[in-house]
Design a binder for this molecule. Structure first.
Ligand SMILES: CN(C)C(=N)NCCC[C@H](N)C(=O)O
Length: 284
């Protein structure tokens, strides 16, 4: 079922690299690896998350965004949702359409309602994609093209359904090795010309397809694990990235990007970085 709420539309995201104006975040106050639901968490299950440090790092991230003129919307954190910091996955904006996801994993189900509640309170129109599982980390927009990862979190039927919802867009399903969780862990678009990729996650024909569209900057296995691919573009060739991902940062600088380094080492232990922790609703 696709449920439409209100007709007013004040959202717009035509790409992953337009100037970021408004973004939805959620502080990691209750962040915890309660259940291991991805490969990265396996390594950190015993250490778990230092919530105080995670909040501190998240505030620095928030400040970096504010310094760049981005308006921050904060969802209320809840003890019931230990993964809520990863706001990217619970909804996504394509053009002037805002979609609320259908979370695949029981431990994350219910996060959608917190977002929907905020959208209702603020009279922002959205569509609820509640029929088949789809998460925003698998959805990457570039103009009229939308790349959607086929993963353990996003199924083919959901992708077909999205194409029906957006007949004027070309929805391109992208299969990849699901052990890497979401498409934005292994592929991310920096501009109309450049994209980051961890090629080992894809069949050669998919790498060829993507390289026919973008100049691909390769991310190493080590930096893929520390979320080197999961940078957040805030527009005008500025990109938020972790200082530990030195090689990818160097390569982006060589390609003319301004790299804004923020330490996010505690948060990435749960399998997501800057892109995962931000849900843009307005880009210029
Ligand atoms: C780049 N990625 C992976 C995201 N878009 N989201 C991260 C979600 C991490 C969370 N522990 C989970 O497994 O759902």
């Amino acid at each position: 079922m696709v449920k439409t709420v209100s007709n007013k539309s004040n959202v717009q995201c035509q790409s992953e690299y337009g100037i970021l104006k408004q973004v939805v975040l959620c502080e990691p106050e209750y962040m915890e690896i309660k259940e291991v639901i991805n490969d990265v968490q396996k390594k950190y299950e015993d250490d778990n998350i230092d919530q105080e440090l995670a909040v501190k790092q998240h505030r620095n991230f928030e400040q970096a965004l504010r310094n760049a003129g981005v308006e921050i919307i904060k969802l209320p954190p809840s003890k019931d949702h230990p993964e809520q910091v990863f706001t990217r996955d619970i909804g996504f904006t394509i053009g002037n359409h805002l979609f609320v996801s259908e979370m695949a994993n029981p431990i994350r189900q219910g996060e959608e309602e917190v977002l929907a509640q905020w959208l209702n309170n603020n009279k922002i129109a959205y569509k609820n994609l509640s029929l088949h599982s789809i998460e925003g980390g698998d959805v990457i927009v570039d103009g009229n093209r939308v790349f959607v990862g086929i993963s353990d979190r996003t199924c083919k039927k959901a992708i077909q359904n999205l194409q029906k919802e957006l007949p004027d867009y070309e929805i391109i399903p992208i299969p990849f090795n699901p052990k890497y969780l979401h498409l934005d862990c292994v592929f991310n678009i920096l501009s109309s010309e450049d994209a980051l990729i961890f090629p080992e996650a894809f069949e050669p024909k998919i790498v060829n397809l993507l390289s026919s569209m973008y100049h691909l900057i390769e991310v190493s296995e080590t930096e893929q694990f520390s979320m080197g691919t999961n940078v957040l573009s805030i527009g005008q060739n500025r990109v938020l990235s972790l200082p530990i991902n030195r090689d990818v940062n160097y390569q982006m600088k060589q390609h003319g990007y301004e790299v804004l380094e923020v330490d996010f080492s505690e948060i990435i232990k749960s399998g997501g970085s800057f892109r995962c922790c931000s849900m843009p609703i307005l880009r210029q």
